[in-house]
Design a protein around this ligand. Structure first.
Ligand SMILES: [Zn+2]
Length: 422
């Protein structure tokens, strides 16, 4: 084991020596950081997978990539995915895939996940935050991508959804025979503050980059309090933070549970809707909101989601945005299929975000919420060369984001279908 660091650095050296010495992208229109002005005719200098300089005009280089007809932007970040599972919400039992996800062979599962991860990357999402994987294959996929064994987006992962015993992802909730429940038992299920702290610590050792807490849905008596105790929620958040992991909280509509999670220091609230009190708390604590609007729209009336849910979520986005809560891009894939993920930008715009602010949700805002703003989220010297392009101005029409033509991740070209200057 002592030799591992030496081996890792030898491997890293072997990989970097394969990277081309210097690449220059000629960017016709550069949105280096959404929210800042666009600059025309810029050269992005890339070396060893990193952006080293941005220069005015078109400079020469050992290898030149011509994007002079295009709008060039930082690689996108999807803050809420479940890449290892598939789902068709139009089927009568959309969760049917959960059974093979839990009981299937891990190698089959990870191999089936690779093309999906690659399709996401080809669509311009160079980073995804994967929040829950019943198949428990995401850490291995992430490690294989990081080691260069397979191509794929950067993955910030938590495999189990954390929740209390009796909650939505506890084995008791799956409707399986009681003697089969151990097969569905999640590493993230815990009872009491001490046990919840243990569960978080162990999961970080297994490989969690982030902790996802799934608050139990309030399905029974609306007058009853949340299923979680404040101590359990606090233990999960505090332990994660002590281990330098952010906490994403799946909100299930309980204003009280949301409030406890926000007060405990949760970093992002997923889905919603949010009460005015929740929004005020998020504003003062700088808690970000991943609304997953497209998923809300598609799931309405299905998956046990009530009619009117989408308008509640859209209302929460509108209010939270006006209050100054950072808004984040999240697809909740596979609820939303890969091909339709970018429609989230249009819905965010409809909920009041300016086009530039809609683009910030998947770039600078997302990078900051991940605590990786020094690494990703904008095109500035020092950051990873995660760069995409589209053919027309996305600030004029956000639907353009669904037609990405060029993707580079860490200096490596993943696709180039851009139209070249004549
Ligand atoms: Zn989700």
């Amino acid at each position: 084991m002592k030799h591992l660091p030496a081996l890792a650095s030898a491997l890293a050296l072997a990989f970097t020596s394969q990277v081309e010495a210097q690449t220059v992208i000629h960017a016709g229109h550069l949105l280096a950081e959404p929210g800042q002005p666009v600059s025309d005719r810029q050269s992005i200098i890339i070396k060893d997978g990193r952006i080293v300089a941005i220069k005015n005009g078109y400079v020469d280089g050992e290898r030149v990539i011509d994007l002079s007809n295009d709008w060039v932007m930082p690689g996108l970040i999807d803050m809420h995915t479940h890449v290892s599972i598939t789902m068709d919400i139009d089927l009568p039992n959309p969760a049917a895939d959960m059974l093979p996800a839990v009981l299937g062979r891990p190698a089959q599962r990870v191999l089936a996940t690779i093309p999906r991860a690659q399709a996401i990357l080809r669509n311009g999402f160079t980073t995804i935050r994967n929040l829950g994987d019943p198949a428990n294959v995401t850490y291995d996929l992430r490690n294989a991508i990081n080691a260069g064994i397979v191509a794929g987006p950067r993955i910030i992962a938590d495999e189990p959804m954390f929740g209390v015993s009796g909650g939505d992802y506890d084995a008791s909730a799956f409707g399986a025979r009681a003697d089969l429940e151990p097969l569905f038992r999640s590493h993230g299920t815990c009872t009491g503050a001490i046990d919840c702290a243990r569960a978080v610590r162990e999961e970080v050792r297994r490989g969690a980059d982030v902790i996802k807490l799934r608050l139990a849905a309030q399905t029974s008596d609306p007058k009853s309090g949340p299923m979680e105790t404040p101590e359990e929620i606090q233990a999960i958040v505090t332990t994660a933070h002590r281990l330098n992991r952010k906490v994403a909280v799946h909100s299930a509509g309980s204003d009280v549970a949301n409030e406890i999670a926000i007060d405990a220091g949760a970093d992002t609230i997923e889905h919603g809707p949010l009460s005015d009190r929740n929004i005020a708390g998020m504003m003062s604590r700088r808690t970000a909101y991943t609304a997953t609007m497209m998923a809300a729209k598609m799931a309405e009336g299905k998956l046990g989601v009530e009619g009117g849910y989408y308008s509640q979520v859209a209302g929460s986005v509108r209010k939270a945005y006006r209050a100054g809560v950072p808004i984040l891009f999240g697809s909740d894939l596979p609820v939303v299929p890969i091909a339709r993920v970018a429609e989230e930008f249009v819905l965010l715009n409809e909920a009041g975000l300016t086009p530039a602010d809609a683009l910030k949700t998947a770039t600078v805002n997302a990078a900051r919420a991940l605590g990786r703003e020094s690494e990703i989220g904008s095109i500035v010297p020092g950051k990873a060369a995660d760069i995409i392009a589209v053919a027309h101005d996305p600030l004029k029409d956000l639907r353009e984001m669904g037609k990405v033509t060029f993707v580079m991740k860490g200096g490596q070209v993943i696709r180039d279908d851009s139209s070249k200057a004549p």
